[in-house]
Design a protein around this ligand. Structure first.
Ligand SMILES: [Zn+2]
Length: 297
């Protein structure tokens, strides 16, 4: 090897070592990390398309005015049973992250179930159903309203407590991450407010649940460059958006080839039957394939 090349190679190796050390330093070791047991493996596959479902509250008193935020227990269970019967393998959001960033294999036909806000019904109704069906789900919580009850007047719908959150996290079926501290539109906040929202929420989750919190779900799906940058600085390695099909956007899923940026979710509404849900998922997958082929052309 000529001397110049040797020097360059040496510099490159040193730079890579520093970079590697920094990555480990920045990320730290997860205290506990929820991941789904992977049975069937897709080796060397880089473009796996994954639909992600977003739920909120589960309640008997369904009304059309809260269609995007409420689903009845019966319908929720039908949908969960339906996705298994259709051959999907539910995984955690963390599994997607670990696949894209760390090359961990994904199962066949993955799908992701998520909840936003941290409602008590997630613990009382969804958790037993998910446990029974062995469906892993990711819940993004608003840390200032953990344990707040509707009776107290602080919130319209009761939220689960830290004890309940811990029980779910420790069950291995639920993985909890952040949906901010006070659920405000993050794009409307000052940098100082933003930092508090991001850091306090992450701190409380890590302290109360003894786990590494590194995924952030934007309230109302609203984000911009500043929120993204500050979220990364606050230790979030993945940021979650919402697919607003009702305001003209196409339904979309996620392609592992596109990485962890713009990770999006489909809003499941209380009026959707399992068939409607499958139609939405199929449209999202088709749209994602089209989008990816138009980008790669
Ligand atoms: Zn929310």
């Amino acid at each position: 090897m000529p001397k110049k090349t040797r020097i360059l190679a040496g510099i490159l190796i040193v730079a890579l070592c520093i970079l590697n050390a920094n990555i480990y330093f920045a990320e730290g070791e997860p205290q506990t990390e929820q991941t789904t047991a992977v049975e069937s493996i897709q080796p060397e596959e880089t473009d796996i398309i994954i639909p992600v479902l977003m739920y909120h509250n589960i309640a008997e008193n369904y009304s059309a005015s809260t269609d995007g935020a409420n689903i009845t227990p019966k319908r929720f269970e039908e949908q969960m049973t339906g996705i298994l019967e259709r051959g999907y393998t539910p995984i955690f959001v963390a599994d997607y992250y670990n696949s894209v960033e760390r090359g961990k294999p994904l199962p066949e036909n993955p799908i992701i179930v998520t909840f936003d806000d941290g409602y008590l019904s997630n613990y009382k109704i969804a958790f037993p159903i998910l446990k029974k069906l062995n469906i892993p789900a990711t819940i993004f919580i608003v840390t200032s309203t953990v344990g707040a009850t509707a009776e107290s007047g602080r919130v319209g719908t009761s939220h689960f407590t830290w004890e309940q959150a811990k029980e779910m996290q420790q069950s291995g079926i639920i993985d909890i991450h952040s949906h901010s501290h006070t659920h405000r539109d993050m794009t409307s906040l000052s940098p100082a407010q933003l930092q508090e929202e991001l850091r306090l929420s992450r701190y409380l989750i890590e302290k109360n649940l003894g786990k590494n919190c590194y995924v952030f779900s934007y309230p109302f799906g609203k984000y911009n460059e500043t929120t993204s940058r500050l979220a990364r600085m606050a230790g979030y390695r993945m940021q979650i958006l919402v697919n607003y099909a009702e305001s003209g956007q196409d339904y979309l899923a996620n392609n592992t080839k596109s990485g962890i940026e713009h990770f999006t979710r489909l809003t499941v509404t209380g009026s959707q039957t399992t068939e409607d849900l499958f139609k939405m998922i199929d449209t999202a997958v088709e749209n994602t394939k089209k989008l990816d082929s138009s980008i790669s052309q």
